[in-house]
Design a protein around this ligand. Structure first.
Ligand code: GLN
Length: 493
């Protein structure tokens, strides 16, 4: 395999520009790597011809002196993003065979910036999950293995599991992910890569299959902080087609990237020190604190008193919105249709939804319908919305004491396939550190910190004020330089 697949987004962009290699060579290298790594089940649709066509256009643009920001960079696209003429089924049988007639704004922005598409990436069904095990395509696998001699297949996390696996296994220099309650950050942490969820409204949701609309955000996952800054800059921007899109110019995150965080106040929220978290996570957190202090940050102890209510509030609000969003899959408009013999329209709806949705999606539709029902709306949905406001207020208050927060990304390293799939609550607990920033709509990044005792990557999370992606990225850069994380999974696939 060519060493070109060892390059990240910036290195590919700069190498194509400098004539060190052609965009076509890059696309060919990644196409070959994907083909050789099908065991990982990271890509669910491969589009090598799209990657090559974009590469040829990039090489022509170079010859014409008209390179674009991402010319020559091939990317993987999570299967939640509509891609014109290319199957998009959000990991669900109910969308089987669906080929959108338009591109999501985010993926269109990337292509317009010169990027190529390598294929569509595996994910949990409708982005509901933390392990990629709810996918209709079967789980994506992590390229990582525990160092204890066992051969347990590990989850890459979820829901952006294919995305994480692809970057960690060097099948793509960067990918898109989406994060409703951690789906960019947790898989990034599990696989030793970097992923940022921007402020809610930075990236258009147009053309992204909806899960929980008040929480869903797109973001990049890549090898390092700079690559994430580059990709986010291309993905973000106001879009009149999404009513929650922010009418703001996209900042120059890459140009303004700086590791100078002298005097920046970094808060350590005491509520994130929860018991039963493996000691390695707390140790890594303490190390991260020391690195940021060493970089000139001022460390302050802070409190976010409503943190413990974030997970229950999320698991009411997200299913409520999902139950409404998923009402559209009725066998009439897209994908699967199951028509029972002699059945009427209602029978067709029922049979289609029974056959098309997986167990986790059904569970969430039932919970969501229940918490929105007339008799329980006030007790559950309304209450959860109030809790959400309190959580957002905790963050508003804390910003008078600090500028950023540093926390673990997830309460464990990657777990084995099947280890948590029988127990939904254990699976949901994985999101405990991720959902508060989602409920408050704040930018948050996961950066690899090191390996645990089993040789598996751990990530730490940096959360910032709304719209302060720059502050988050800069602290992440300072952190990344000190962490010096270079470990990678040894190919076995
Ligand atoms: N794991 C969380 C869930 O299952 C988050 C998913 C996401 O962010 N898309 O809802």
């Amino acid at each position: 395999m060519s060493a070109l697949t060892d390059l990240g987004v910036a290195a590919i962009r700069d190498g194509v520009k400098g004539g060190d290699f052609s965009a076509r060579e890059v696309a060919e290298a990644f196409n070959a790597a994907i083909e050789a790594a099908r065991t990982l089940n990271a890509f669910v649709v491969e589009t090598p011809e799209y990657a090559l066509a974009a590469a040829d256009a990039a090489d022509a643009d170079r010859a014409a002196g008209a390179l674009k920001p991402l010319s020559g960079v091939p990317l993987g696209i999570k299967d939640l993003f509509c891609t014109k003429g290319v199957q998009t089924i959000a990991g669900s049988k109910i969308l089987q065979g669906y080929e959108p007639v338009y591109d999501s704004t985010v993926s269109a922005n990337l292509l317009a910036a010169g990027a190529g598409m390598l294929g569509k990436l595996n994910m949990d069904e409708f982005a509901m999950g933390s392990s990629n095990e709810t996918s209709a395509f079967g789980p994506a696998l992590s390229p990582w293995r525990r160092n204890d001699g066992g051969n347990v297949a590990l989850t890459p996390g979820g829901s952006s599991g294919g995305s994480a696996s692809a970057v960690a296994a060097r099948l793509a220099p960067g990918v898109t992910g989406t994060d409703t309650g951690g789906s960019i950050r947790q898989p990034a942490a599990f696989t030793g890569i970097t992923g940022i969820k921007p402020t809610y409204g930075r990236c258009s949701r147009y053309g992204i299959v909806a899960f929980a609309s008040s929480l869903d955000q797109a973001g990049p996952m890549a090898r390092d902080v700079r690559d994430c800054a580059i990709l986010l800059e291309a993905m973000a921007g106001f879009d009149p087609k999404d009513s929650t899109s922010l009418k703001l110019d996209v900042p120059k995150w890459e140009a303004n990237l700086s590791n100078n965080i002298k005097g920046v106040r970094v808060g350590i929220p005491k509520e994130y020190r929860i018991k039963d978290v493996p000691r390695d996570i707390d140790t890594m957190w303490d190390e991260g604190i020391a690195w940021l202090r060493d970089a000139g940050a001022q460390i302050v102890q802070v409190s976010l008193p409503h943190t413990k209510y974030a997970l229950p509030a999320y698991y009411i609000i997200a299913p409520a919105e999902a139950s409404s969003n998923l009402a559209r899959y009725d066998g009439v408009r897209y994908g699967l249709r199951v028509q029972p013999d002699g059945g009427n329209l209602g029978d067709m709806y029922e049979a289609t939804r029974a056959a098309g949705f997986g167990a986790e999606v059904k569970r969430r539709i039932m919970i969501g319908t229940y918490v929105l029902s007339a008799g329980f709306y006030d007790a559950y949905f309304n209450q959860a919305q109030k809790v959400r406001a309190l959580i957002a207020r905790d963050f508003d208050n804390v910003w008078s004491e600090c500028d950023l927060l540093l926390t673990p990304t997830a309460p464990s390293a990657a777990f084995g396939l099947g280890e948590k799939s029988a127990d939904p609550i254990a699976m949901y607990l994985n999101d405990v550190f991720a959902v508060p920033a989602s409920l408050a709509g704040l930018p948050a990044i996961s950066v690899p910190a090191g390996l645990d005792g089993q040789g598996l990557p751990l990530g730490l999370q940096i959360i910032g004020r709304a719209l302060d992606e720059q502050g988050v990225l800069n602290a992440a850069l300072a952190f990344e330089e000190r962490a010096g994380f270079t470990a990678r999974a040894e190919p076995w696939w």
